[in-house]
Design a protein around this ligand. Structure first.
Ligand code: NDP
Length: 295
């Protein structure tokens, strides 16, 4: 494989499933790539594919113009980057932190980087490790626009779609958290639906095409509810909260009749009933977001 000399050399710190995919995509795109991981041995396949291994994190940092960090959370990022030899090696370099954590931690990391002469971009990956290097990958970025533009060609070597969401460093993590909230609560709903269906003698496979149908209803609803939420209009003309809460109660009843924990749906019904109790029974479901946001 030929090495791309017109693009800066990259270093990838952290070789879990995601870090390995990132490094593999850089290599496939022909970038000079150095890799390092806390636990040795995870760099073997990448080295076979042409990556340079490093004896320490500081040695790895010194080999790259751009340092991509992707570990489990920001405690791990701190453990990796804050020892003095690593911090010194990072001075004047650019870090793109693709580790998932909270917006607050992203802001703290940026403050620390600025205090040590390190250029810093924060990011979040919205798609699974196997998507990296393919058109399906989705990356969110935030931080100084000029720095992002400077390294965009390198980041685009990872394939997929890259979106810069703003200069405020916490923006990528803020989107990530909101979308993780959506993903995991939706997955909890799906797991619960499968449990109830099974209790009623319906297999997950039988339910799947109908579950996909429910999934397909959601994207236009998100667009409509986003307009309602941003405008402060919560029309319940098609499905008022009182009607929605009644169907939620049916789910709780069937669950509990089968001895299936109904905690998730009880929480949803509780939110709906509280919103109705505050006088919004004729509004649509998204009024719940406004009530949840009240302090
Ligand atoms: P993990 O989230 O399990 O992270 C594993 C990596 O973190 C390993 O390199 C591990 O090193 C390192 N690590 C953990 N603790 C420390 C520490 N104290 N000091 C140094 N390194 C540490 O695996 P992934 O690679 O999958 O995920 C990395 C990031 O990517 C996470 O933030 C995740 O949320 C995000 N992500 C992952 C996706 C996926 O499909 N996997 C999808 C989207 C985002 P060691 O090998 O030594 O334990």
């Amino acid at each position: 494989m030929s090495t791309s000399t017109h693009l800066p050399a990259v270093t990838v710190l952290g070789l879990g499933p995601m870090g390995r995919s990132l490094a593999g995509a850089f290599l496939k795109a022909g970038l000079r790539t150095t890799v390092w991981n806390r636990t040795p041995g995870k760099d073997r396949e990448l080295i076979e594919q042409g990556a340079a291994g490093a004896g320490s994190a500081e040695e790895a940092v010194a080999a790259g113009d751009l340092v991509v960090v992707c570990v489990v959370n920001y405690d791990a990022v701190d453990a990796l980057l804050r020892p003095e030899p690593v911090t010194c090696a990072l001075k004047g370099r650019t870090v793109v932190n693709l580790t998932a954590d909270t917006p607050h931690r992203a802001r703290k990391a940026a403050e620390w980087a600025a205090g040590h002469g390190i250029r810093y971009l924060d990011g979040a990956i919205m798609t699974p490790a196997p998507s990296i290097g393919t058109p399906e990958a989705v990356f969110l970025h935030s931080g100084p626009r000029g720095l992002y533009e400077e390294y965009r060609p390198v980041l685009e070597a990872l394939g997929g779609k890259h979106m810069h969401l703003g200069e405020e460093i916490g923006r990528a993590a803020a989107f990530d958290i909101a979308l993780l909230d959506l993903f995991w609560t939706a997955m909890a709903g799906y797991a619960h639906a499968v449990a109830i269906a099974r209790a009623e003698g319906v297999t997950a496979g039988e339910l799947a095409p109908f579950a996909q149908g429910i999934g397909a209803i959601l994207p236009p609803l998100f667009a409509e509810f986003a307009r309602d939420a941003d405008d402060g209009t919560y029309s319940g003309a098609i499905n008022p909260l009182t009607s929605a809460a009644s169907t939620m109660a049916h789910v709780v009843e069937v669950s509990e009749a089968h001895g299936v924990d109904a905690g998730v749906m009880r929480a949803v019904e509780g939110m709906a009933r509280r919103t109705i109790g505050l006088g919004h029974g004729t509004d649509g479901f998204i009024r719940v977001a406004e009530v949840l946001g009240r302090r």
